[in-house]
Ligand binder design. Sequence first.
Ligand code: ARG
Length: 459
Amino acid sequence: SANAMWGGRFSAGPDAIMEAINASIGYDQRMARQDIEGSRAHAAMLAATGVITDSDADAIREGLLTVLSEIEKGEFQFSTALEDIHMNVEARLKEIVGEPAGRLHTARSRNDQVATDFKLWVRGQMDAAIEGLTALVRALLSQAEMGADWVMPGFTHLQTAQPVTWGHHMMAYVEMFGRDISRFEDARKRMNECPLGSAALAGTSFPIDRHMTAEALGFDRPTANSLDAVADRDFALEFLSASTLTAMHLSRLAEELVIWSSAQFRFVRMSDKWSTGSSIMPQKRNPDAAELLRAKIGRIMGASVGLMTVMKGLPLAYSKDMQEDKEQVFDAADNLMLGLAAMTGMVSDMEGQRENLEAAAASGFSTATDLADWLVRALNMPFRDAHHVTGSLVAMAEGKGCDLPDLSLEEMQSVHDAITSEVFDVLGVHNSVASRTSYGGTAPSEVRKQIARWTEKLA
Ligand code: ARG
């Protein structure tokens, strides 16, 4: 039989396959709360502007609360024939309150309704992402505080470069996740305009008050163009691209944890809570959570590319293609929140291995740059020459199988006779990091300033 919501001109119902491809209720039921919130605001506005009576609006608003509680209790019977959450809710409302339910859809279409619901849902996820990122930043800050002066090797090309501090390394991620927070905040500001009342695409001839519904739903203002309002999914795409960047940062940190927790590095010990064993190799403590985090970007970025591809060729205004927006965003959001929580847990519970870090910091000629800088400062050598002299000293040490501080003064002087014993002061890793006091540098004093700045920012 024909559809009860829009079947007036139809004499037959849809093919079963048509129903299956058309229905979104299997997933858009996740927006039930937002749908009901939007409908309640719409009904109140319709009464305030005299489009429907107060008693109809009251019946609708009450009835919608009943529907919501049925859904939350898991008692609601979702129907695929009713396609989506919007029509499922309205049909049930009709069973509960009767005739007034049919007045709810005045001056509204599912196009502005779904845009409003989805915006409310995505906005909630932006807030959740900001919250999750803030928790992660706090966990990184406490690691940074604890190890502000622990020395470790800093790498470029994953080859030992110069000594840095554990605190400095943690704070690098604080900067990255801090930018992610600002991206979600920024996207949230831009998207916070209410589509409701744009109706199907052209607006409505009813004397509605879009400012009222916008305010009731926590939006800053109504959208300014009804065609754009029902055709826009930028807000979802911005959520996905901010999520992709966050996932990329999570993945980089995860990769470091995988490397650092290996027997060859032993920079960090992951907590049992975040490790798994092997069914054959009894010694194993695998960093599975970190590995999965490294992989999560695949589906999150996939969602971003997927939705961009859905949208790119659509003429204005709404097309049914846009129904394919939700599953990708839901999946990306779920995995992002899970990833943020897992990373926060791993970072909070991991134990940096201070002694191993310091031993590693001293190997690999990590203070060669300090030596070259000393030649510049103490002997007024041009940096290029100092670089060359230092290179010869590194080659000498490498040939002897020792580190730079293990060379004798005589050996050093055989490369350049003006070198004095003061050079040994700069060859130690602690002196090296302590000397890097330029703004944003790795010196513990600088790192502590950045920790204080972030702590204040989050307070
Ligand atoms: N289920 C639809 C969606 O998710 C709701 C909007 C339907 N609008 C329409 N004109 N058929 O996009």
